[in-house]
Design a protein around this ligand. Structure first.
Ligand SMILES: Cc1cc2nc3c(=O)[nH]c(=O)nc-3n(C[C@H](O)[C@H](O)[C@H](O)COP(=O)(O)OP(=O)(O)OC[C@H]3O[C@@H](n4cnc5c(N)ncnc54)[C@H](O)[C@@H]3O)c2cc1C
Length: 393
C-alpha cells in the first residue's frame, strides 16, 4: 500500500490551498466560531466550490459529481478541516447523507436530493438521537405512523447540529412498535418547512455553535419520503454512521494545530528562559501527537483505499474515530498547557495565541468524543467486531 497521496492529488492540494487563500475573508476563523457571518458565507462558498467541480468531486457524474478519484476528494476533506471547514454544515451532505441516498434511495430520490447537494444549495441535518436514545439509538421513540396516505411523524430529536439552518432532515423514526427494537425503525427525508416541525436551541457550555432540539407534531410526509426499506432503517443508519465517522477529517485539523504548536514552542521561552522546543518533555509530547495524528490519517486512507480495492477492517471507522478524538483533545490540552493563561482567552481576544485560540481548540475537541457515537461505544464495537470479545451482560 502507498502511504502518500498520488502526485496529481498533491498538485491539487496546492491549487486548493491557493483558492482558499483567495476566497476566505480576513475575519474567517472556523465555522464553529459562532460568528454570525459564518453560515451565509459557507452557503456562498459551497456554490463556488461546486462551480469549480470541487464540492462532490468523487461522486458519479449522473448525480452532479466529477468522478475524480477518492484521493482528490480526501484532499478536499483534509484541507477544509484544516482551514476551519468553510463548507460549513454541508460537509455532512458530502460525507454521509449523500452516500446514504446513493446507496438506499430510489432513482427519483437520487435525482431530487443529490443534485441540489452537488450544486451546494442545501443544508441537511441528521435527526437520529433523542433524549433517551443516544448510545442506545435503537431505543428511539419518535413514531412514523402509516395514515393510509403517507406517514405522520410525532416525536422529538435532540442534539441536532445545524438544525436551525437545515432545509432537509434525515430522520429516523419507529414504524413498527411491536417489532424487536432494531427492526421496527425506518429512515425518512423530511422537509424542514413541513407544518408541525419546530426547532429549539439547546445552549451548550462551550457556547456556540449550539445544538438544536427538533419536535415533530403531526407532521405529514408522503410515502416517497421513506429512504430504503420500511422497518430496515437501522441498516441505513449504520451505513450512514460509518461514513460519518470516517468522513470527519479531524486529522487535517489536528495536523494544522500541531504545526502551529511546533511553531509556538520554537518561538516561546519558559520562565527559565529556555525555548519550549528545547525541553525534552515538550518535544516528547509533540512527537507522540505527530505519530498519533499520522496513524489516524493512515487509517482513514486505508478505508478510502478499500473503495479502490485494498483491504480495510470493518472496525476501521471506529478506530479512526477513537484515535482522532483522543489526538485532537490531547493536542488541545497541550496547547492549553503551553500557552498558560493566554490559552484561556477566547479566539476574538487580540492576546489569544495559537491560531484561533487554545481554549477554542479544547472547546471543539470535547464534543468530538461524543458526537457521531461516543468513544466508549466505538471501543465496544472494536472489542466485539474487531477483537471478537463477547458482549458483556
Ligand atoms: C457536538 C455534538 C453534535 C451532535 N450532533 C448530532 C446530530 O447532528 N444528530 C444527532 O442525531 N445526534 C447528534 N449528536 C448526539 C450524539 O450522537 C450523542 O450525544 C451520542 O450518541 C451519545 O448519546 P448521549 O448523548 O445520549 O449519551 P449517552 O448515551 O447517555 O451516554 C452517556 C455516557 O455513557 C457512556 N455509555 C453509554 N452506553 C455505554 C455502554 N454500553 N458502554 C460504555 N459506555 C456507555 C457513553 O459513552 C457516554 O460517555 C451530537 C452530539 C454532540 C456532542
Amino acid at each position: 500500500m502507498d502511504f502518500e497521496y498520488p502526485a496529481e492529488a498533491e498538485a491539487f492540494h496546492d491549487e486548493l490551498l491557493e483558492f482558499l487563500e483567495a476566497e476566505l475573508p480576513p475575519w474567517w476563523v472556523n465555522f464553529l466560531s459562532g460568528d454570525e457571518r459564518n453560515i451565509p458565507f459557507t452557503r456562498e462558498f459551497c456554490k463556488k466550490l461546486a462551480a469549480k467541480g470541487w464540492l462532490t468531486m468523487a461522486w458519479p457524474k449522473e448525480y452532479g459529481g466529477g468522478e475524480a478519484d477518492i484521493w482528490h476528494q480526501n484532499v478536499v476533506r483534509e484541507v477544509m478541516w484544516g482551514m476551519g471547514e468553510p463548507r460549513g454544515p454541508q460537509y455532512m451532505n458530502l460525507n454521509f447523507i449523500g452516500p446514504a441516498i446513493m446507496t438506499f434511495g430510489t432513482d427519483e430520490q437520487k435525482d431530487r436530493y443529490l443534485k441540489p447537494m452537488a450544486a451546494g444549495e442545501v443544508i441537511w441535518c441528521q435527526g437520529f438521537s433523542e433524549q433517551d436514545a443516544g448510545s442506545d439509538l435503537a431505543s428511539l421513540a419518535t413514531r412514523a405512523e402509516d395514515t393510509g396516505g403517507g406517514f405522520r411523524i410525532n416525536g422529538q430529536k435532540s442534539w441536532v447540529s445545524y438544525g436551525i439552518y437545515a432545509e432537509q432532515c434525515l430522520l429516523m423514526a419507529r414504524t413498527d412498535p411491536d417489532a424487536p427494537k432494531h427492526r421496527g425503525i425506518s429512515m425518512f427525508v423530511v422537509d424542514m418547512a413541513t407544518p408541525g416541525v419546530a426547532v429549539r436551541t439547546i445552549e451548550t457550555v462551550g457556547g456556540p455553535p449550539q445544538l438544536y432540539e427538533l419536535t415533530f407534531e403531526d407532521v405529514d410526509i408522503p410515502y416517497d419520503a421513506l429512504l430504503g426499506p420500511r422497518n430496515d432503517g437501522w441498516r441505513v443508519a449504520m451505513a450512514a454512521l460509518d461514513h460519518e465517522r470516517i468522513g470527519l477529517a479531524y486529522g487535517g485539523r489536528t495536523q494544522v494545530q500541531l504545526d502551529e504548536l511546533v511553531g509556538f514552542a520554537q518561538e516561546t521561552t519558559d520562565s527559565s528562559g529556555r525555548r519550549l522546543s528545547e525541553r525534552g518533555d515538550v518535544r516528547a509530547k509533540l512527537i507522540r501527537l505527530r505519530a498519533l495524528n499520522r496513524a489516524q490519517r493512515l487509517i482513514m486512507y486505508r478505508v478510502f483505499a478499500d473503495q479502490t480495492g485494498a483491504g480495510a477492517a470493518v472496525v476501521d471507522p471506529s478506530i479512526y474515530k477513537v484515535l482522532g478524538g483522543q489526538t485532537t483533545l490531547q493536542a488541545a490540552q497541550l496547547a492549553m498547557e503551553l500557552a498558560g493563561s493566554r490559552g484561556a482567552l477566547l479566539e476574538a481576544d487580540p492576546m489569544a495565541t495559537l491560531g484561533d485560540g487554545a481554549y477554542a481548540w479544547w472547546g471543539h475537541a470535547l464534543p468530538v468524543q461524543v458526537a457521531g457515537g461516543s468513544s466508549e461505544i466505538q471501543r465496544n464495537i472494536i472489542a466485539q467486531h474487531g477483537l471478537g470479545i463477547p458482549r458483556g451482560r
